[in-house]
Each structure stands twice: as structure tokens, then as C-alpha cells.
Design a protein around this ligand. Structure first.
Ligand code: PLP
Length: 319
């Protein structure tokens, strides 16, 4: 008989009742060092005081206010992210898959708004993981994940990772953009080479495409820079992170919306808690420079110049 909690993941028979920094304590009393950090999610570690306080404080005030009203926390956080990154505007949402969906919508809308409604296709890469919505399963292109969910959403052309010739061959009159991870997480911690990532940027500039970076797994300091793509010295047009696709507005005019009180208080607390460990130096004429120190309490790996991300999933999680 099917369990009440739908068995969509291949869960280990282990439950945790609390965590402290990089440590997790199981219901059976065992203690585990959490190298997974919730599949690259608990970037401040477990039981972070400032984060827990912010959640409790906001939950007592107001948890949800809809998108019909201003959300000061969202405005504050968006401004902070814009000040600290390539982006001009930020769209908040609830998951990595949704962030990537938003990114693909922005890419398509940009083509539409610039008189190219025929351009809707997005190039993605073998070994990618972009999420589990119907469209992001198609973008991910993994047969195993797609099985039984057909028809596959149209509009994604998959080519081998780190192969610029394959990318350039795949660009056609209907291509609107490219979506790529700087470092493939679920695909096995495979780095996009600097030449490859720079080549993608150049191809996008040459063919007037938008470059979207899926930073869901390696973003926010996990590679030792705020974003994985910074190792290649490039900037995308759009980037997706767990809680937001960042959006550079000079190419596209996609409409922005989204946000809720509690979630944004949490995110604001995370960013502010990083305030102690992420230094932002604005340099006149050169944008912002970041000095990132991952919190010691975090279970992610130490920053590495080769861009190795910490806390990555493996097949045990059935992802
Ligand atoms: C690179 C990447 N993109 C997207 C996702 C999907 O994120 P979510 O599970 O929050 O929808 C993941 C999840 O592991 C990921 O690693």
C-alpha cells in the first residue's frame, strides 16, 4: 500500500530532530556531520540564532500579504541583491525549479518584446539538472526523470556540456537563449571550463541571445565567489538562485511580481546573517567586489579556486 506521504524520493530510514551548525542529531540519538547541508540549502548551518529569531518574529507579525500590496522586506532585500550583483531587478519565488521557469520565461519574453516572437527555444546541456516542473524536466532532459510524464514540453535543445562547437551548431533562427550551470551539481560536480563559459557569453552576444545561469546549487558563495560564473569573469543576463532569478534589465522587459512576508523575512535574515561573512566593496566604475567567507557553522566545503561546490546531492536522495 502506498504510504500517506507520497514516496517521491528515495529516503533513507533516518529522521533528524535538531541541528546545530554543521551537526545533525537523529531521533535515535546519533550525531551526523552534515556534508549535504540539505542538498546545498542550509548555507548558514542548522539552528542559526539570527535566522530562527527572524522567522519567529515575522511569523508573529504577519505571514502572508499577497502581491497586491508593497512588501518592504522584499524591496529591501531586492535592493541589497541588486547592489551586490550584475542584476538590475529581482524576482522572488519558491523553489529552484520555479526560479528557472522564471528565467526561461524572461528569455522568451525578451525575444518577444524585441520583435522575435519566433525565438522561443533554449539550449541546455547534458548532465544538467534544472528542477522537476514539467518544463524544467524538459530542460533537464534526463530520460529517467521524464519517463511517464509526456508529452515532453517543447522548446529545449540539449547539447554536450563543455562543447562550444555543439552549442554553436545548435543555434538556429528559433533560439532565444542558453541556460547553463557554471558547475553541474547533480550531473556529478562537473565544472564548465572558463573557455566554455566565456564562449557561451560570446555566442550570446554574437547571435543576440540571452545567457541564463542556473546558480541554484553553486550560487551564494558556495564556490568561494558569490556566483559560480564569476570564476569565468563573465556576467549572465539572467541568473536563478533558490530564492530568486536575478535579472539584468537592459535586454528584456519581463514583468516582475512575487513575494510573501515570512519567506522574505527568512531570506532577508539569511542575507543579513551573511553580512558578517560576506563583504561587499563597491568600487567606482567597477561595480561591486565580493569577499566571501563561508560561515564556519556551515556544512558546505571551503571556498576553492577551482569552483568546487559543497553539499551536493547523490543518487541516495533519489533526485
Ligand atoms: C542546479 C539546480 N537547479 C535547479 C534545482 C531545483 O531546485 P528545487 O529543488 O528547489 O526546485 C536544483 C536542485 O537540486 C539544482 O541543483
Amino acid at each position: 500500500m502506498i504510504p500517506a506521504l507520497m514516496p517521491t524520493y528515495n529516503r533513507a530510514d533516518l529522521a533528524f530532530e535538531r541541528g546545530e551548525g554543521a551537526w545533525l542529531y537523529a531521533t535515535d540519538g546519533r550525531r551526523f556531520l552534515d556534508f549535504g547541508s540539505g542538498i546545498s540549502t542550509a548555507s548558514l548551518g542548522h539552528g542559526h540564532q539570527q535566522l530562527a529569531d527572524a522567522i519567529a518574529e515575522q511569523a508573529h507579525k504577519v505571514m502572508h500579504v499577497s502581491n497586491l500590496y508593497r512588501i518592504p522586506q522584499a524591496e529591501r532585500l531586492a535592493q541589497r541583491l541588486v547592489d551586490a550583483s550584475f542584476a538590475d531587478s529581482v524576482f522572488f519565488c519558491n523553489s529552484g525549479a520555479e526560479a528557472n521557469e522564471g528565467m526561461v520565461k524572461m528569455i522568451r519574453r525578451a525575444a518577444y518584446e524585441t520583435g522575435h516572437a519566433e525565438r522561443y527555444r533554449v539550449i541546455t546541456f547534458e548532465g544538467a539538472f534544472h528542477g522537476r516542473t514539467l518544463a524544467m524536466l524538459a530542460a533537464t532532459g534526463n530520460e529517467k526523470y521524464l519517463k511517464g510524464f509526456g508529452p515532453v514540453v517543447d522548446g529545449f535543445d540539449q547539447v554536450p556540456f563543455n562543447n562550444l562547437n555543439a552549442v554553436r551548431n545548435a543555434i538556429g533562427p528559433q533560439t532565444a537563449g542558453i541556460v547553463v550551470e557554471a558547475l553541474q551539481g547533480e550531473g556529478g560536480i562537473r565544472e564548465g571550463s572558463v573557455d566554455f563559459l566565456r564562449g557561451l557569453r560570446a555566442a550570446c552576444d554574437e547571435f543576440d541571445l540571452l545567457l541564463g545561469m542556473d546558480e541554484v546549487q553553486c550560487g551564494m558563495g558556495r564556490t568561494g565567489k558569490l556566483f559560480g560564473f564569476e570564476w569565468a569573469g563573465i556576467e549572465p543576463d539572467v541568473a536563478a538562485k533558490v530564492f530568486e532569478p536575478f535579472y539584468r534589465a537592459d535586454k528584456s522587459r519581463a514583468r516582475q511580481s512575487g513575494g510573501a512576508g515570512l519567506g522574505l523575512a527568512i531570506v532577508a535574515a539569511i542575507v543579513e546573517a551573511h553580512g558578517g561573512s560576506v563583504r561587499l566593496d563597491t568600487q567606482p566604475g567597477a561595480g561591486a567586489a565580493f569577499t566571501v567567507r563561508l560561515p564556519l557553522a556551515s556544512a558546505t566545503t571551503q571556498p576553492s579556486p577551482t569552483g568546487t561546490a559543497g553539499g551536493l546531492a547523490d543518487s541516495r536522495y533519489g533526485r
